[in-house]
Unconditional design. Structure first.
Lengths: 302, 273
């Protein structure tokens, strides 16, 4: 059974770099779609054009969509909403959402917070900053969580911590791997210490998942910072990242104030993290599905 | 009279007290509470972070592992101790010592006193996030009883990385928060000067956190803790620590693990739309 998977492996290129996976695209049957085209459930409503915030070029929305929501000119990975991500990654109609209605509370009775939550729900169509569930990726069943960059900056409050914890606990019980697309400004300040505790809660659930011998792959997308970096984002068996993603613990502004000088070029980028040994692979969006597929298969041998 | 005055203190008053220079530091508690302490140093990977001290200590005819975030008093001492702000090598040293405690069956006592994890280029390069995350993850697997005591500032993830314990206690005038009140006000109100106001809404005092189920016990400070007059306080803490150890002696490692897991598992306020 393994023979078929390795047969088409390309020869190893000279040098030390393996920017692309040399695993064949084959293996398990791929029932998903082949390009990023039309993968978004919600069509982009605002106009035909968008300006790239990296290279400043004016781009067609349709070109962006067809290019996996990356800039066709400079390759910048634009931020995407959880459902677009899920549709890009998972086998057709295979995603089943878990705890869709779970929400947090307002534990500090923080002025304006409940309003803000209502507003966010209206704007994003999401109940909270993470969508969790299970899906097939290239035929392999996995628990899958995807954080939203748009919902209060993907910040982790009690609901996000609870949804992720429940996902991990259920995955442990059902012996499923966990893939988690991280994207977060850190702890949800409006929930104070209660959001801080989610770091411990999610990490300890991952500890039990790990002890059960199951695979966990966090994928770090732009931006992954603060309390998320200091908890589940860094606890993978394999850690993947998207090109150019901002990844770090402390905010650049805080560090600049601390050291009183300019920060090095590329500081806290995915590439920086990889150079310092904290990211296994930087994966382009069109390669993500294949990469995850290989990881899921390769870790299902026991 | 004294008691009453204490009770009327605002959260912001307590922030000031928690940061006072005369307040005892980890080394003061270690010297007063334990019958001997042998420091063990280094993370075996990079260096020895002086913002945290740890080692083997004696209490009630038994050995425990003690680890504490260590602030300094003079400017020179604070440079040496980095104001109690740990770098990745500090968290990794603490984890090494906790795993050692686990291996030899020694309970772990932690003293938390930090404005937060250090924010700097070198800390990021060596994986500050990973180091904190690893502690949260591995502490969840310690089979020995773990007690954390917040003695001054419990600043954010930098404090939590030593806080995945079976019980967390706070001194009456200590604070434990997601971020400093100054930082909180700067982020949410774009005005760091509203720190005092932030302190009142953040739920950062020992009493508030005990009521909210985030900590188990408040250690009373009839007078604000002072390293020159701390014998009574240390004596009380010693008795409480001994009683903690006695309680957990009766538990199996399985029960200890599960109790710690459930402690943090409860910390959610789930609702539904
Ligand atoms: Zn561009």
């Amino acid at each position: 059974m393994l023979r078929g998977k390795f047969k088409k492996t390309e020869t190893i290129p000279a040098g030390e770099d393996f920017p692309e996976s040399t695993f064949p695209a084959g293996g398990m049957p791929d029932t998903g779609r082949e390009t990023g085209k039309n993968r978004s459930r919600k069509e982009v409503p605002d106009g035909l054009f968008r300006k790239c915030d990296a290279c400043r070029k004016i781009l067609y929305e349709e070109d962006i969509r067809e290019n996996w929501y990356c800039c066709p000119e400079c390759g910048k990975n634009f931020r995407i909403d959880p459902w677009t991500r899920i549709h890009m990654l998972t086998d057709k109609d295979s995603f089943e959402e878990w705890d869709p209605d779970l929400t947090g509370d307002d534990p500090l009775s923080f002025p304006g917070y409940e309003e803000k939550l209502r507003d966010m729900r209206g704007k994003t169509g999401l109940t909270e900053a993470v969508v969790t569930g299970q899906a097939l990726i290239r035929g392999s069943r996995t628990a899958l969580g995807v954080m939203s960059p748009d919902f209060i900056m993907g910040s982790m409050g009690t609901a996000v911590g609870e949804k992720i914890t429940r996902m991990v606990e259920r995955a442990t019980a059902e012996r499923l791997p966990v893939i988690l697309f991280c994207c977060s400004g850190g702890a949800r300040m409006q929930e104070g210490i209660f959001s801080l505790m989610q770091m411990a809660k999610t990490s300890q659930a991952l500890k039990r998942h790990d002890e059960a011998g199951l695979l966990y792959v966090p994928v770090l997308t732009d931006p992954t910072t603060g309390g998320v970096t200091a908890s589940f984002a860094m606890l993978g068996d394999v850690i993947l990242a998207e090109p150019g993603a901002l990844i770090g613990f402390a905010g650049a502004r805080v560090i600049r104030q601390t050291i009183g000088q300019k920060l090095p070029e590329g500081f806290q980028s995915a590439e920086f993290l990889q150079k310092h040994g904290f990211v296994d692979r930087i994966v382009r969006r069109e390669q993500m599905r294949t990469t995850l597929g290989v990881l899921l298969q390769s870790c299902a041998c026991r | 009279m004294e008691q009453k005055m204490e009770q009327n203190r605002t959260a912001w008053d307590r922030v000031q007290t928690a940061r006072e220079e005369k307040r005892p530091h980890a080394s003061d508690y270690i010297a007063k509470i334990f019958d001997g302490f042998m420091e063990l140093r280094g993370d075996r990977l990079f260096g020895d972070d002086r913002a945290v001290i740890g080692g083997i200590a004696g209490i009630g005819k038994r050995y425990v592992t003690v680890i504490g975030q260590q602030k300094g008093r003079s400017a020179k001492e604070n440079r040496h101790r980095n104001f109690g702000m740990m770098k990745p090598e500090g968290y990794r040293k603490a984890l090494r010592l906790m795993k050692q405690a686990d291996k030899f069956g020694r309970p772990v006592i932690l003293f938390i006193d930090t404005p937060g994890a250090f924010c700097g280029v070198d800390a990021e390069e060596r994986g500050q996030g990973e180091a904190i995350a690893r502690n949260l993850f591995e502490m969840a697997g310690l089979r020995v009883p773990v007690l954390a005591i917040v003695i001054g500032e419990g600043g954010s993830g930098g404090a939590l990385a030593l806080g995945v314990a079976n019980e967390v206690w706070m001194l009456e005038n200590s604070i434990y928060s997601v971020l400093s009140p100054e930082g909180f006000a700067a982020i949410l109100w774009k005005d760091g000067k509203r720190a005092a106001e932030a302190a009142e809404v953040m739920k950062i005092t020992a009493d508030e956190l005990c009521e909210a189920g985030i900590v188990e016990k408040v250690i009373p400070e009839p007078e604000a803790a002072d390293r020159e007059h701390m014998d009574e306080l240390a004596g009380y803490m010693k008795q409480e620590i001994l009683s903690f150890l006695g309680r957990y002696d009766r538990m199996t490692s399985e029960e200890i693990l599960n109790q710690r897991y459930e402690r943090f598992r409860r910390m959610a306020v789930p609702g539904s739309v």
